[in-house]
Design a protein around this ligand. Structure first.
Ligand code: GLU
Length: 315
């Protein structure tokens, strides 16, 4: 751990080219860490092997550099960290906190209420208490499709509360609002919730700025930190930049892609200044470097703008 020094992080998933939302995320992380004299770690979140590509990771690093968003440590790659995730998973398994789940995605969707942005599906818990006969039947059914069960963490009927730097006090009851969640996927890969907790702790990250969509994952992550004996970082959830129709910007959303933004705005400073202006990080739409934006960054006034704001239209 880095003592009292602040350590933030960039944590891009290399599943496409960068867009304005990724730039906004990295800028927020950089400003929050640097405004406290801190460092930034770069972690490439390539857990999803099917969708992650090395060329997108390389492109993200080139883009961060072009924008002046520097990092102090890394890149660390999640694909190198399987042993650390396995150790954490084994700790949970040995404590009898995990169980195999035989539900298919379609079954889970059919059993859970629909959920919108910033909400999540709560697993109804079918596989938590199976009779030995049911377990065998479901296991065989899954095996006949050539599949294995996922592993879920059994959560208690407790409430996890924390103070988010931008969103204020946030609380969720683990059993009714989170539900038992997947820590190991059916393909044997480790779930985001587990990996992110293990990595943040191992990389000394104690200041996590990220999008509003992950606010609802935070109680689960704090619960995992407590079970694994890890420290909880300070969290700061900022609004997501969204397309005009309210959908979040996607990597396929061509006109928000960084290449396109550079072509429209002419320079990295102009792109950064525009994204900062839209996201409430500077008062006018003018070119700016990260250092210039840092001179008038103030987390308390940012909180006034961001608190309770799920998304900002990116125009
Ligand atoms: N890799 C995630 C993303 O690109 C971020 C996860 C996190 O910040 O915890 O959206």
């Amino acid at each position: 751990m880095a003592g009292n020094a602040v350590v933030g992080r960039f944590a891009p998933s290399p599943t496409g080219i960068m867009h304005a939302g990724n730039v906004f995320a990295a800028l927020n992380s950089w400003l929050l860490a640097k405004s406290q004299g801190g460092k930034v770690v770069l972690r490439i979140e390539d857990l999803d092997e099917g969708r992650s590509r090395k060329e997108f990771a390389d492109a993200a690093m080139r883009d961060f550099e072009a924008l002046g968003l520097s990092w102090d440590e890394g890149p660390f790659y999640q694909h190198d960290r399987q042993e650390a995730y396995m150790d954490a998973f084994e700790k949970l398994r040995r404590a009898r906190l995990t169980y195999p789940c035989y539900c298919t995605r379609a079954e889970i969707n059919a059993q859970s209420a629909p959920h919108g942005m910033g909400e999540k599906a709560v697993y109804p818990g079918r596989c938590r208490r199976l009779s030995p006969q049911e377990r065998i039947r479901l296991k065989e059914r899954l095996a006949s499709d050539g599949r294995s069960p996922s592993q879920r963490l059994e959560v208690p009927g407790e409430t996890v509360e924390f103070d988010d730097l931008y969103q204020g006090r946030f609380a969720q009851r683990l059993d009714t609002e989170c539900g038992d969640f997947v820590v190991r996927r059916s393909d044997g890969g480790f779930a985001y919730q587990l990996a992110v907790v293990v990595d943040d702790a191992a990389q000394g990250v104690n200041c996590v700025a990220r999008g509003y969509d992950l606010l609802v994952s935070t109680p689960q992550q704090i619960h995992l930190q407590r079970l694994l004996g890890l420290d909880t970082p300070q969290y700061a959830h900022f609004p997501l930049l969204c397309a005009e129709d309210g959908r979040r910007l996607a990597k396929r959303n061509k006109d928000a892609a960084l290449d396109e933004l550079l072509a429209v705005h002419g320079s990295p400073e102009a792109v950064l200044g525009h994204v900062a202006y839209i996201g409430g990080l500077q008062p006018k739409d003018a070119p700016a470097t990260p250092e210039q934006l840092l001179t008038h960054f103030d987390a308390a006034s940012i909180r006034e703008k961001y608190e309770g704001t799920v998304s900002i239209a990116y125009g």
